[in-house]
Design a protein around this ligand. Structure first.
Ligand code: PRP
Length: 178
């Protein structure tokens, strides 16, 4: 194995492809009567690979923007202190917004960003997450488009990191942090 820290593969590449396809189909259906283009907002850095694959399967006119939030720092446990490191470039007022996240863990990041974006009066706001860890939830959040539910293990790869590493893995693996 190239990465001895990876104890197992949780979601192999073909399952990721099928999951992204399923999410894209549901999103295409949901926005089929869109008036203006969809604004797809990615949360950096974790969502960059998932979002790149997802938007290429969306058939509705869209624009993209990004926000950087941070809650984990370098650790493996969410600190609860969610910081806005970089805000959106454009206004979302009266826009249809789809927020894209790699994983909803405690739910703190999502609930903070959803509240923040709702205050900016979008026309609609829906949320999509590739992964969800229901057993780790501290704050309840509604996910409109959810890819896969996983157990309370530390997932890395396909954008997700441990201390900024492993984001480039083409699959989702599990590490046992020291
Ligand atoms: C990770 C992940 C989510 C968040 C989920 O981000 O990408 O944004 O934590 O955790 P929560 O539901 O417990 O809030 P992180 O802060 O590690 O930054 P990253 O996106 O750069 O990896």
């Amino acid at each position: 194995m190239r990465y001895p820290e990876i104890s197992k593969i949780l979601v192999p590449e073909d399952e990721l492809r099928r999951t992204v396809g399923r999410l894209a189909a549901a999103i295409n259906l949901s926005y089929r009567d869109l008036e203006k283009e969809l604004m797809v907002v990615g949360l950096l850095r974790g969502s960059f690979i998932f979002m790149a694959d997802l938007v290429r399967q969306l058939e509705v006119p869209l624009v993209v923007d990004f926000m950087t939030l941070s809650s984990y720092g370098d650790g493996t446990v969410s600190s609860g202190d969610v910081k806005v490191v970089m805000d959106l470039d454009s206004s979302i007022e009266n826009r249809d917004v789809l927020l894209v996240e790699d994983i909803v863990d405690t739910g703190r990041t999502f609930s903070k960003v959803v509240r923040m974006l709702q205050n900016r009066n979008p026309r609609s706001l829906k949320v999509c997450s590739l992964l969800s860890k229901p057993s780790a939830r501290v704050v309840e959040v509604h996910i409109d488009f959810c890819g896969l539910e996983i157990a309370n293990e530390f997932a890395v790869g396909y954008g997700l990191d441990y201390r900024q590493r492993f984001r480039n893995l083409p699959y989702i693996g599990v590490i046992d942090p020291p």
